[in-house]
Design a protein around this ligand. Sequence first.
Ligand code: PGA
Length: 268
Amino acid sequence: MKKLIAGNWKMNGSLVANELLVSELLAGIKLAGGAPACDVAVCVPTPYLAQLTGLINRPFLSQKDDIAGKNTARSAIELGAQDISAQASGAYTGEVSGGMLKDFGVRYAIVGHSERRAYHGESSQTVALKTKAALAAGITPIVCVGETLAEREAGQTEAVVKRQLAAVIHDNGHCISEIVVAYEPVWAIGTGKTATPEQAQQVHAVLRAQLNAASSAAKQRVRILYGGSMNAQNAKELLAQPDIDGGLIGGASLKAADFLKIIAAAGE
Ligand code: PGA
């Protein structure tokens, strides 16, 4: 299974900073041979999607294509959003639909990130509906699950992540093989604390078994990413675990050198 390294920029960036970061990433990828061994994506704040579509595709266009305004060449970096509406259109102030994201070449959408569950009251039911909306729009949802520190200490880790994933499986049964899952222990996000490779692998194996039981197609297809302070130093060991198929990276995705090292680690 080809690994996926996805950056989650969260609410960071500016027109100037994004241009610098993406040009450094593309230069680094080119220097390393131009075609990373893993899939690479950046999930950016909504207002910057149009800018990013231009930035990630431009260097791969020939001058002739550029003049003709074609935008068909595939970049080494794919575009992701950080959220998606459960609705297709209508009176939903502030929301952004899958169709709109698709207009800007979005390939992935993070769904149910713990920050949205905690600060925006997103329930597992909402997460399941957003997953469904993404799939309907032809966007791959990156469905996040993970336990809090209190839940881990109470021995509830497996029960919590299984319950979160079960809601998504329940509503998306037949197309569950089209999703990406991200295990993100809440206590490891942005804290510098990382799950040990063994702790992460243990939960990934549980999620893998749950996916396999839901769909035989999921076995070969569904990538389970680890997220929670993955960085240039620990990526290699985490990515070497049998059920860790990539990473969802916050802080370290904002520094080109670090993100490039994680991309390289995924190819080893
Ligand atoms: P972090 O964030 O890498 O900064 O811990 C990961 C995430 O929230 O997706």
